[in-house]
Structures are given as structure tokens and as C-alpha cells.
Design a protein around this ligand. Structure first.
Ligand SMILES: [Zn+2]
Length: 236
């Protein structure tokens, strides 16, 4: 199993399998998610499921090693001002997130990876800003490597996907990766969705489809993949 593959799930590989992939593709993908309330229609692990799925699809296309998902996040809807969703989110401190990000980057640099792609499915602030600033810090320190913190919507046109919370974009991705975890019928039938009532920030999730999710993933893989291939060429 996994012989001569160009990509793999890090935790499932033996050392020689890791080295085979690493030799040609010294690229680590670090999917960063959250356990966060995503309304009555989506699972609390949406950000993690989305980030992991997109890292795997990216690795399949480009090559490299996908690390296990990091589920710890700060800046969740639990403490978001103006809403009252106190349950079903596990929120960690900003200091811990910064420290974890530094230690992951340090370890991955020590392992010799040339490109470290941190794809965050959760973009609450300052969570997102912390992951970005740690990448800046490491890019200064390691000019022979590249640390890329990104969110999926950053490499997509706004008419395809914008930053959202459990709205049409995230729901389409959830429907693409694990449709059995979505229950759109749990939303009230008689009105539009809102942030305050439904934890939906962005367009109404009800028209979302798996096909829409597939299209987003395909474009994401194309655009992010292009950048990673260029970086690999430049750095090797
Ligand atoms: Zn989310």
C-alpha cells in the first residue's frame, strides 16, 4: 500500500513511504480547523472537515504530505459579539494558537520541508491573523522555505466563494465532502437565515449543492496548486 505514491496522509505512512514522497515533494499541508457551532444545519467540525478535504485534494494534484488536522481554534462564535451561541464550540486562547502554530512550523522546518501550506478552515479574528503573522515570522527566518497561511476563499474569485460562516459556500463544501452530515431541513422554512438566529453569516445556505462544492474545490486546487508548483520550482 502507498508504494511510489506522490502524496499521502502523514500519520498513515511508514518512514520509507514518507521519504519517497518527501524526496520529490517536500511539501507539508497542515489543515487547521475548529470545533465550532455552525448552526442547526451543519456539523461542528465543518471547518476541520473542509480544510482536511481540501488539503487532500490539493496534495493529490500537486504531491506532498498531509498532516493530521489541528482542531484547536480561538476567536469562535462562542465569544463573537452580538450573538448568543454559547454551546457546541471549544474555544482556545490566542496565546495557545500562536504557540501551536510556531511549534508546528518549527517542527516542519526541522523535518526539512521546503513548502508548508497551512490551510485554515476557520477565519475568526484574530485567529486568522495569528496564523498569518506566524507565517510571516517564519518566512523572515527561513528564506530558503515558504510558509503559506491561507483560507480557501483567498485564491477564489468573490463570485465563487467569499468568507462566510455556515452560509452557502461552507455548506456547499460540506455537501461535497460529507453530505450525510448536513441537515438543511433543520433550518426554519418561513424566513431568511440570519447570523443572530441561525449562526449563518453570508448568503442563505439552502440553495447549496455538492456540485457547487465540487466546482469550488476544483478551482481552489487549480489556483493554489499553480502557486505551490511555482514555489517548489523556485525553492528547489
Ligand atoms: Zn466555518
Amino acid at each position: 500500500m502507498n508504494k511510489n505514491k506522490h502524496w499521502g496522509r502523514y500519520e498513515q505512512l511508514r518512514p520509507e513511504q514518507i521519504e519517497t514522497i518527501f524526496e520529490q515533494y517536500p511539501i507539508a499541508y497542515l489543515p487547521w480547523g475548529a470545533s465550532e457551532y455552525h448552526g442547526v444545519h451543519n456539523p461542528v467540525g465543518l471547518d476541520s472537515i473542509k480544510a482536511y478535504g481540501m488539503c487532500i485534494d490539493l496534495a493529490k494534484s500537486v504531491g506532498g504530505l498531509v498532516l493530521p488536522v489541528v482542531h484547536q481554534a480561538s476567536s469562535t462564535i462562542k465569544t463573537y459579539p452580538g450573538v448568543n451561541f454559547k454551546r457546541h464550540s471549544l474555544e482556545f486562547s490566542e496565546g495557545l494558537i500562536r504557540m501551536m502554530c510556531r511549534e508546528y512550523f518549527e517542527q516542519l522546518a526541522e523535518e526539512g520541508f521546503k513548502i508548508i501550506v497551512l490551510l485554515t478552515g476557520h477565519c475568526g479574528e484574530p485567529h486568522f491573523e495569528i496564523l498569518k503573522s506566524v507565517a510571516d515570522e517564519f518566512n523572515q527566518k527561513h528564506p530558503d522555505k515558504y510558509f503559506w497561511t491561507l483560507a480557501e476563499f483567498e485564491v477564489l474569485e468573490p463570485d465563487m466563494l467569499v468568507a462566510n460562516h455556515s452560509a452557502i459556500g461552507e455548506t456547499a463544501l460540506q455537501l461535497y465532502y460529507a453530505p450525510e452530515l448536513v441537515a438543511l431541513e433543520n433550518l426554519p422554512q418561513d424566513r431568511e437565515t440570519t447570523l443572530v438566529d441561525d449562526a449563518v453569516s453570508g448568503a442563505d445556505p439552502r440553495p447549496a449543492t455538492a456540485e457547487m462544492g465540487a466546482k469550488i474545490v476544483e478551482t481552489f486546487v487549480h489556483n493554489a496548486g499553480k502557486r505551490i508548483k511555482e514555489l517548489l520550482q523556485k525553492l528547489s
